[in-house]
Design a protein around this ligand. Structure first.
Ligand SMILES: Cc1cc2nc3c(=O)[nH]c(=O)nc-3n(C[C@H](O)[C@H](O)[C@H](O)COP(=O)(O)O)c2cc1C
Length: 408
């Protein structure tokens, strides 16, 4: 069940996962993902305080159970920017899915489509936007843009994504450079699988580049004028990904944003920045339904999805958990992960008398600022070792680098 790309092991699993919760995936995924790649995914910036608190801060909000609601069989389907979706859970854009699975973004798109969830593709995807679209032609999908310093590159990207039927661009503005991620330094991580847009444009392969090198190709100087230019040149709606304060929400709206994406990049950028759930309510109030809101970072439970919707989000994105699901079960694994969130969310909907996602958006939430748990860092060296050695997660050094592939 393992494929080797130039000696780098990629999972070939394609099976449903028997999940109790999505947290277990973080440990289980080590069985099939090589160590450096695993810690590239799992890590946050510096001491990972923000990474931990993204999840812990959901405890600041409490779902008030509702009685005598005379309701059964809650429904998860929802509409977002004119698209009909079967769940408010969406797939956040993540670079280089090929570090976990041979079919990379193609498998993730298939899994998302099977669950009726919105998929979004990173600029740093391994697979081409055309191949991803062909994997589920009728499914809706967004494209995440790391704006390049080179507008010829940007134009090539706009043309390709528009032609491939992507419905909107999400411009990432919170990761102009990489956060200080110590795990990547310890493992000396470089991208082992080529990234399609870099292949196409540079003729270069993208593989072997460090995270810092990849960011160097993208623009650091991004302002409101760029939003207008992206809208104009692409002809697509533009959402701004990386808003964590009211001032920036106003700025994004002023620049013509068609949507606001509240995220701190899963705690991978500024350590010590607030948990996103703590900034969502004020941003939602400021935006006041003028444009839709996507939310992510630290969402690990159906109850987290519920709270985010009730506090102002229209869609709730998940990051690392689906990538672990991809590693362990391919497209079906991604589907299983979304189903797990759906299952937990439905329980909360029944117990609060929410028949629809619109009802969840009006649900009663209390706010008591419990102190967040002070857990140890996930990538603390003492927790990084020993890393399990399995037949599927070991690089193969004796393979011919030019021919690449072999099955075991
Ligand atoms: C390994 C990894 C790679 C990521 N790559 C991108 C990317 O290419 N573009 C982007 O906008 N966000 C990227 N993100 C951030 C995610 O879109 C999302 O905001 C974050 O993962 C949500 O937090 P969670 O993982 O705690 O759910 C990445 C996150 C991870 C974990």
């Amino acid at each position: 069940m393992t494929y080797y790309y130039n000696g780098f092991p990629q999972s070939e699993h394609d099976e449903k996962l028997n999940l109790i919760n999505v947290d277990q995936l973080e440990e289980d995924a080590k069985r099939v993902i090589p160590e450096g790649a695993y810690y590239y995914i799992a890590s946050g910036a510096e001491n990972e305080w923000t990474w931990r608190n993204n999840t812990a801060a959901f405890n600041h909000y409490q779902i008030v159970p509702r009685a005598l609601t005379d309701m059964e069989d809650p429904q998860l389907d929802t509409e977002f920017m004119g698209m009909k979706l079967k769940t408010p859970v969406m797939i956040a854009p993540i670079a280089c899915h090929g570090i976990t699975h041979k079919d990379a973004e193609v498998a993730t798109q298939k899994g998302a489509a099977a669950a009726g969830a919105l998929f979004s593709s990173s600029t740093y995807a391994n697979k081409s936007v055309e191949d991803i679209a062909a994997a589920a032609p009728d499914a809706p999908r967004f494209f995440q843009l790391y704006l390049s310093k080179d507008w010829n590159f940007n134009k090539m990207v706009f043309d390709a994504v528009k032609k491939a039927g992507y419905k909107a661009i999400m411009l990432t503005v919170d990761a102009l450079i990489s956060g200080y991620r110590e795990a990547n330094l310890r493992t000396e991580f470089t991208y082992p699988v080529p990234l399609d847009f870099f292949n196409r444009y540079l003729g270069a392969k993208g593989e072997g580049q460090s995270v810092a090198q990849m960011y160097a190709a993208s623009a650091q100087k991004i302002g409101p004028k760029d939003v207008a230019r992206i809208k104009e040149e692409s002809g697509l709606p533009v959402l701004i990904k990386g808003i964590t304060c009211v001032e920036d929400a106003y700025k994004a709206l002023g620049a013509g944003a068609d949507g606001i994406y509240v995220t701190n990049h899963g705690g991978r950028e500024i350590d010590g920045s607030p948990a996103t759930i703590d900034v969502l309510p004020d941003i939602a109030k400021a935006v006041n339904h003028r444009v839709p809101i996507i939310f992510d970072s630290g969402v690990r439970r159906g109850s987290h999805v519920f709270k985010a919707l009730a506090l102002g989000a229209d869609l709730v994105a998940i990051g690392r958990p689906y990538l672990y699901g991809l590693a362990l079960g391919g497209a079906k694994g991604v589907e299983s992960v979304i189903e797990q969130y759906n299952k937990e969310l439905k329980i909360d909907m029944q117990l609060t008398g929410c028949k629809t996602i619109d009802d969840v958006k009006k649900a009663k939430i209390m706010h008591i600022n419990y102190t967040a748990d002070n857990l140890p860092s996930n990538t603390d060296p003492s927790r990084m070792k020993p890393y399990p050695v399995t037949s599927e997660n070991q690089p193969q050094e004796d393979l011919d680098a030019t021919s690449g592939a072999s099955h075991h």
